[in-house]
Design a protein around this ligand. Structure first.
Ligand SMILES: CSC[C@H]1O[C@H](OP(=O)(O)O)[C@H](O)[C@@H]1O
Length: 381
């Protein structure tokens, strides 16, 4: 594991992470996931041969992150079609697996829409299943391309906002290759800064309670040889106070028409800190995360998750210990807990939104609609 202060020489790129792949063994098609609940201790694969297994993987965050949820949802429809399951039922189960990331529904509707259009044109089950798979693969490729554009637009914005010197960037949750068909969203911008020799430090919020930062972003930063440091979420304020943060980079799970941003819980406090300390707060997300049909932040459904994620610490699971391995109680058994998975940042606290179609700042509904109009990935209502 690379030392947190070591930087890999640019060009020594690690192998791409096998985040998700479609396989067609003799016993039938399967969606193979890198099980993110086992990282960083173990790079374990999780093979989903049916939609209930994929829904469980989504709900346990074995596969997670808005853009990747869209890709997984699309492959889930293709899996149902290829295995002769009820495609309409499968699409419904997948769309409802997690409510906040708009990308999930988008990916499911893209693949199911392609499937039913093929059926309407007289395609048989096999041909229609192949069409759904082609659509899932197209979305997978498009997201990889979008990630590259966001990295370039985001780095150009950082260089404009932060002239000279190395950037000290703070990020929250995980927004790297583990959420994407490519190198991610906000993390891809930080990685681009690293490759350009302009990343002085990546401050990584641990991101309680599921520790996507500690487990996943630190893992991705280390494998890329980036200069990073982990911090507890409640230490971020003192970093701002010490003048140690040049910009905040976060992802998004849903961006409403007015520019309100739903993202991992803890994002809103960072936006308030950034505003108070005059630090740019930059959201990086593909246009598939923009939902022009949701008017504002109040209309976004924020996923509420089980209390045990707050009241227990779940040790890294080793292979074979089952999916529901119990955690270690950190509060009296039965303690009620408030555990929203996301929070909402209002547009007035957002410096800019970086998408694959360009950057908008200040964030206004008009700018978002214009960006989405340029995108080939229209939001399917
Ligand atoms: C850029 S998508 C990553 C986004 O998704 C994460 O949520 P979760 O880990 O619950 O899927 C978090 O909100 C990230 O910002």
């Amino acid at each position: 594991m690379a030392d947190q202060d070591a930087q890999s020489p640019v060009g020594s790129e690690p192998a791409a992470l096998p985040v998700l792949r479609w396989d067609e063994p003799p016993e039938g098609p399967v969606l193979v996931l890198l099980d993110q609940t086992r990282l960083p201790a173990e790079e374990a694969e999780l093979a989903c041969t049916d939609v209930p297994a994929l829904v469980e993987a989504i709900q346990t965050l074995a596969v997670r992150g808005a853009p990747l949820l869209g890709i997984a949802g699309a492959y889930g429809v293709a899996l149902a079609a290829a295995r002769g399951y009820d495609v309409a039922e499968a699409a419904g189960l997948l769309e409802q697996a997690r409510p906040t990331a708009v990308n999930l529904g988008y990916g499911v509707r893209r693949a199911s829409g392609a499937y039913w259009a093929a059926v309407d044109k007289g395609a048989g089950p096999e041909r229609a299943a192949a069409v759904a798979l082609d659509e899932a693969r197209a979305l997978h490729r498009e997201d990889a391309v979008a990630s590259g554009h966001m990295a370039r637009f985001g780095l150009a914005l950082l260089n404009e906002l932060l002239p000279g010197g190395g950037h000290r960037l703070l990020t929250h949750c995980n927004t790297g290759a583990l959420v994407s068909g490519g190198e991610g969203t906000a993390f891809a911008v930080a990685l681009g800064a690293h490759r350009a020799g302009r990343l002085r430090r990546l401050w990584v919020d641990e991101t309680r309670p599921l520790l996507q930062g500690a487990r996943l972003t630190a893992y991705e930063a280390a494998r890329n040889g980036m200069p990073y440091s982990l911090l507890t979420d409640n230490a971020a304020g003192s970093l701002f106070a010490a003048g140690e943060v040049d910009a905040v980079l976060i992802g998004a799970d849903r961006i409403a028409a007015d520019g309100s941003v739903a993202n991992k819980v803890g994002s809103y406090p960072l936006a308030v800190l950034a505003k108070y300390h005059h630090v740019p707060f930059i959201v990086v997300a593909p246009t598939t995360t923009v939902d022009l049909h949701t008017a504002d932040g109040a209309a976004i459904t924020v996923e509420q998750r089980p209390a045990r994620e707050v009241t227990e610490v779940t040790p890294p699971r080793s292979r074979g210990d089952g999916r529901g391995a119990g955690g270690v109680p950190m509060a009296p058994v039965g303690t009620p807990a408030y555990n929203p998975a996301f929070d909402i940042t209002p547009p007035e606290l957002v410096t800019a939104i970086v998408t694959e179609e360009g950057v908008i700042s200040p964030v206004t509904g008009v700018g978002l609609a214009e960006l989405c109009a340029r995108s080939s990935q229209v939001t399917i209502s």
